[in-house]
Design a binder for this molecule. Structure first.
Ligand SMILES: Nc1nc2c(ncn2[C@@H]2O[C@H](COP(=O)(O)OP(=O)(O)O)[C@@H](O)[C@H]2O)c(=O)[nH]1
Ligand SMILES: [Mg+2]
Length: 213
């Protein structure tokens, strides 16, 4: 009887679980963001920023929301370990790409990597959120500036591809870029993080409905 009741209780309180990958260049603030998410949503706080070293491999974290569990995978962003990202694409339900809005020197490199992510066919139908991190810093580009910088970068890329008569970016990708959601956060201070989680929560629910209908 106990087992039956326990089983029933587990059934009615069961939460659906979704996987979210957090990717971006090394130093963008992915691990700091994940630890901030844990601190905001869990009883046991995540690591404080001064305890975070470079990520080799992956960090994970789970948070519980109403009827939903979000499982995060923060994947290392150094050049040599980016090639493990595609292994996660098939099984994840949403993608968060973190850009360091303070590091103007590496924006181009960040867009190049972002572009490779966008070109992965498994990602095409998934919710994708671009986060402009480090908004607490006065040197940071705003959300608007980040979006413009990416659009300029992409335009230049298409133009040079045309000159070289290479692929000029397919329609699906251009549409995706036009409707791309960009949000500003500070992983260190936590600003914007709850809005980003709300966005993810809504989008994974909606895309699940799309797939099951
Ligand atoms: N000012 C500022 N610095 C940040 C923020 N998030 C991360 N950092 C710093 O950026 C560096 C890289 O952070 P880390 O989380 O290790 O980046 P990862 O390589 O993407 O995991 C560290 O020195 C962090 O303290 C932020 O929101 N604001
Ligand atoms: Mg890291």
């Amino acid at each position: 009887m106990y087992h039956l009741l326990k089983g029933f209780h587990e059934y009615v309180t069961r939460k659906e679980e979704f996987s979210v990958i957090i990717i971006g260049l090394d130093g963008a603030g992915k691990t700091t963001l994940l630890e901030r998410i844990k601190t905001l949503y869990n009883d046991t706080p995540g690591l404080s920023p001064d305890k975070i070293g470079p990520t080799v491999g992956q960090n994970t974290g789970k948070i519980a929301l109403p009827s939903t569990i979000l499982q995060f995978f923060d994947l290392g962003g150094q050049r040599g370990i980016r090639n493990i990202w595609p292994k996660y694409y098939d099984d994840c339900h949403a993608v968060v790409y973190v850009i360091d809005a303070e590091d103007r020197e590496r924006l181009g490199e960040g867009w190049e990597v972002f572009d490779t992510v966008l070109s992965a066919p498994q990602i095409l139908g998934l919710p994708l959120l671009l986060l402009a991190n480090k908004q607490d810093s006065s040197n940071s580009l705003s959300v608007e500036e980040i979006r413009n910088d990416y659009e300029d970068w992409y335009q230049r890329k298409i133009e040079s591809a045309r000159r070289d008569r290479q692929d000029d970016g397919d329609a699906a990708r251009r549409e995706r870029i036009a409707s791309l959601d960009v949000m500003g956060v500070s992983a260190i201070e936590g600003t914007g993080v709850r809005s980003a989680i709300d966005w993810l929560f809504l989008r994974v629910q909606n895309s699940r409905r799309d797939h099951s209908s």
